[in-house]
Design a protein around this ligand. Structure first.
Ligand code: NI
Length: 191
């Protein structure tokens, strides 16, 4: 296993259409996925697509941890919003609603920035694991967002290309300041 170099916005490998993987269970796929997981964890990311490590294949990994889940009323909803570390080879997305919602995204290929991106709020996705198992899940909230973000990488799309208002593309340090101000405001409202 090894930590791979992450391609940054502007590199041609991020602009191309990634190739379908002929044999998802090939040893080379397992080796690449192991490197992707190590790279994602090292960079503290929520997801990573193979083109981001200079490998133009249709492979994504992601996690939607509970602490990043949106507010949810019941356990089934919470499950929809969270996902364990997942590997998808040759993933496909089916959008299940016309409803979109804006949320803040970042990308290891666009370091230091955050942008508010509209995404479908409810999707179904399918893919194969390197063990040959088929994964099919419905997802909402952050879980749906991260899958759409990662699969976009396979079609050469970075999140700023999905934005409808570039005034909402801001530096991470400013996003932190904005969030801190908002929390202070909420506390004031509670008094
Ligand atoms: Ni990304």
């Amino acid at each position: 296993m090894a930590i791979r170099k992450i391609a940054r916005m502007g590199h041609p490998v991020l602009k191309g259409i990634a190739k379908p993987v002929p044999d998802p269970t090939a040893p080379a796929v397992k080796a690449l996925v192991a490197d992707m997981i190590e790279t994602m964890i090292d960079a503290n990311g929520a997801g990573l697509a193979a083109p981001q490590v200079h490998e133009p294949w249709r492979i994504v990994i992601f996690q939607a941890p509970a602490e990043r889940a949106d507010e949810a009323a019941d356990a089934a909803e919470i499950f929809d919003h969270t996902a364990p570390l997942t590997v998808l080879v040759n993933p496909e997305i089916e959008v299940l609603t016309a409803e979109t919602e804006k949320g803040w995204e970042g990308c290891l290929s666009v370091p230091g920035l955050r942008g508010a991106v509209p995404r479908a709020t409810h999707i179904r996705y399918r893919g194969v694991t390197p063990e040959g198992a088929v994964i099919e899940r419905e997802a909402r909230g952050f879980h749906a967002r991260v899958v759409q973000h990662e699969c976009d990488h396979l079609d050469g799309i970075l999140y700023p290309q999905r934005m409808d208002d570039l005034s909402e593309l801001i530096f991470e340090s400013e996003a932190r300041a904005m969030l801190a101000a908002r929390i202070e405001g909420d506390e004031a409202d509670d008094r």
